[in-house]
Design a binder for this molecule. Structure first.
Ligand SMILES: NC(=O)c1ccc[n+]([C@@H]2O[C@H](COP(=O)([O-])OP(=O)(O)OC[C@H]3O[C@@H](n4cnc5c(N)ncnc54)[C@H](OP(=O)(O)O)[C@@H]3O)[C@@H](O)[C@H]2O)c1
Length: 260
């Protein structure tokens, strides 16, 4: 006997925790993944107690291929079938490319890109076999543009957007949907600890993890290929997309320089 579960990576904090809350509130049994066992354990107990769903957790460092394999093996051993995969875990290292060590860049790519490939490759095949499944990849508004001082981060998020859109087309008609969720600045530890100053213009509000998660849940359940939460972010992305490339690049460089 297998049990359907929603797997949420990076579920101990921030947007991942909010996504876990929202999926649980809609009745999904969960498996939470992140590195810190203590935080996962208390999150799982709180979610299960409040919503009544079953909530398991697996502590793993997803930058490591062996840990990705261990998560997959553990899911099998516990009799879980992942019918919703939420690839949310991600890191951001602020700084000009040459001022950040190559090892840190590689670690970012290991998590933001390679772990997504590993988990998706293993789990999407099973979804296709059952002709049912949903994949939600947490990308970013930086998926759409270059971001000086976040070169590898923005490139990793551009990968996620392109990957998600391509995969959603490959799996069309197979019962499996793929959604790229593209939030802008959101009030989490990533922003507080990553060195990224919050937006300083009062007209540009940062998002809250809860509103990002609700938007992501709705898009995932609808099977939308791309979702940008928040009106300002949608307008900014759309506006820049319809701007000549050289104007777009100069605008981004100016915004970075004056630090709005
Ligand atoms: N905050 C924003 O403004 C923003 C905007 C756009 C997109 N995003 C994206 O949203 C996602 C979540 O970001 P967030 O702001 O919620 O970040 P966060 O608050 O820093 O949370 C990151 C989560 O990922 C987990 N994690 C980090 N390294 C890991 C690893 N090696 N293996 C497994 N889990 C790991 C963390 O738990 P442990 O430390 O316990 O491992 C935590 O649960 C990321 O993909 C990020 O790029 C964020």
């Amino acid at each position: 006997m297998t049990r359907n579960v929603t797997l949420v990576t990076g579920a101990s904090a921030g947007i991942g925790r909010a996504l876990a809350d929202v999926f649980a509130e809609h009745g999904h049994d969960l498996v939470l993944v992140a590195r810190s066992a203590g935080q996962l354990k208390s999150a799982a107990a709180e979610i299960a107690g409040r919503t009544g769903v079953k909530c398991d957790w697996i502590a793993a460092d997803l930058t490591l291929a062996d840990d990705c394999d261990r998560v997959l093996a553990e899911l099998d051993a516990r009799g879980f079938h992942v019918d919703v995969l939420v690839n949310n875990a991600g890191v951001l290292h602020e700084g000009h490319f040459l001022d950040v060590s190559a090892d840190r860049h590689v670690q970012l790519v290991d998590l933001n890109v390679l772990s997504v490939i590993r988990l998706t490759h293993a789990l999407a095949g099973r979804m296709r076999d059952r002709r049912a499944g949903r994949i939600l990849n947490v990308a970013s508004t930086s998926s759409f543009n270059p971001v000086p001082s976040l070169a590898c981060y923005a490139a990793s998020k551009a990968f996620l957007l392109s990957f998600s859109e391509s995969l959603s087309l490959e799996l069309e008609g197979e019962g499996v949907t793929v959604t790229a969720l593209c939030p802008g600045f959101t009030n989490t530890d990533m922003i507080a600890q990553g060195g990224r100053a919050p937006m300083r213009l009062p007209v540009i509000p940062n998002l809250e993890p809860r509103e990002v998660a609700e938007s992501g849940y709705a898009a995932c359940m609808k099977g939308d290929p791309v979702r940008i939460p928040g009106l300002f972010n949608r307008l900014a992305v759309t506006g820049l997309r319809h701007t000549p490339d050289w104007v777009r690049r100069r605008t981004i460089a100016l915004v970075e320089r004056i630090g709005v």
